[in-house]
Design a protein around this ligand. Structure first.
Ligand code: ZN
Ligand code: ZN
Length: 359
């Protein structure tokens, strides 16, 4: 499985159905954005070793949903690097609060129906995780800035490089209909709303889509789906803003009222919308079978391409890995970029110890 070059010094790697990004600075240092599905940490590490001669200076999280943190804490410990997230995401990464429950009633496909079985944390990264610096500064990537694009998750952020208007948008917008497993498997391209089953504040989600459209990106790299670029992508993005009332779910647990969260985690969630256990059971069985099939197909394809490539270049690969492993024994220090960047920021307050929510 190889990472795809999508913009200057930016590479996308898809882990089953979730993207991670390798982002290199002009200096040659680099950072990993998100860590993908569980079970892909080794793949990410191997691809990092192929692309770079040193470990990353940081792991940056767009948000902490389970499909974006599967490689943690293993990758952070392996590389010995800090993890950065927005303060509003820290409760879900430090064992203090679970995310608001997913909403299976928002429609759009089988992914929504099976969402109640998705893990919603929290995980405990303890000393590995830190607040993103204020003023939009991105550790290790001086050309980039982060922006709060909440709604899908309370402290969701996007990363933007103004020089070529490359945007890593996480799940604030995506480029496939993530609720539909068929669309996910086929990776059909469309600029689309955040995955609905996990979005717990639709008013904030709308503002985030407006924020992203106002950036006028040239390259749109998202947590799900292929990277899109150019005028057609921007037109679709504009249409998403204009038609958001029609594109967002008609009904659901977080419509019209959002989950209430703060720096300590979840405070209140609206009551569950009625759905029968039989409906959830049938949909869960279908969805789980589909995910299993997707995993099987991707694994088979990956192994086939791996065998072909290994047979043609085993000797050069072995020597390359040996030399890079020795290079990586000395961790690279984290540099602090300077220069203010305009953005919205949050502040961490005292820990409140809220751990669970009404499901
Ligand atoms: Zn998400
Ligand atoms: Zn996601």
């Amino acid at each position: 499985m190889r990472a795809e070059h999508i913009a200057d010094r930016v590479y996308r790697l898809c882990t089953l159905m979730v993207n991670v990004y390798f982002v290199e600075a002009v200096s040659g240092s680099w950072a990993l954005v998100d860590t993908g599905m569980r079970g892909y940490a080794g793949t990410i590490r191997r691809e990092a070793e192929r692309l770079f001669d040193a470990p990353p200076v940081a792991i940056l999280l767009t948000h902490g949903h389970f499909d974006h943190i599967g490689g943690l804490p293993w990758l952070a410990k392996h590389w010995g690097v800090p993890v950065y997230a927005h303060p509003l995401e820290l409760p879900y990464l430090t064992g203090r609060s679970s995310y608001p429950p997913p909403d299976p009633t928002v429609g759009g496909g089988s992914q929504s129906w099976i969402s109640p079985i998705f893990p919603r944390g929290p995980i405990e990264l303890d000393d590995w995780v830190h607040m993103l610096p204020q003023d939009g500064v991105v550790p290790g990537l001086p050309e980039w800035q982060w922006l709060l694009t909440g709604g899908h998750a309370p402290g969701h952020v996007s990363f933007f490089r103004e020089r070529d208007r490359t945007l890593i948008a996480g799940d604030a917008v995506v480029t496939t209909r993530q609720e539909s497993l068929i669309n996910v498997m086929l990776q059909r391209e469309i600029v689309w709303r955040p995955p609905a089953y996990y979005t717990c504040d639709w008013a904030a989600a709308r503002r985030s889509v407006e924020t992203i459209a106002a950036l006028d990106p040239e390259v749109l790299a998202t947590g799900h789906g292929r990277a899109m670029r150019g005028a057609l992508m921007r037109l679709e993005l504009r249409n998403l803003v204009d038609d958001f009332d029609f594109i967002m779910p008609m009904s659901g647990r977080y419509i019209p009222y959002a989950a209430v969260t703060d720096h300590g985690g979840v405070i209140h969630v609206p009551p569950r919308v009625g759905v029968s256990p039989a409906q959830i059971g049938i949909a869960t069985a279908i969805g789980a079978a589909g995910i299993g099939l997707a995993w099987y197909v991707r694994t088979r394809l990956s192994r086939q391409s791996s065998v072909v490539s290994q047979s043609s270049s085993v000797a050069s690969l072995q020597s390359s890995v040996v030399s890079r492993q020795s290079d990586w024994s000395t961790p690279t220090g984290l540099t602090t970029p300077s220069g203010g960047l305009k953005t919205r920021t949050g502040q961490l307050t005292t820990r409140t110890g809220r751990l669970t929510t009404d499901d």
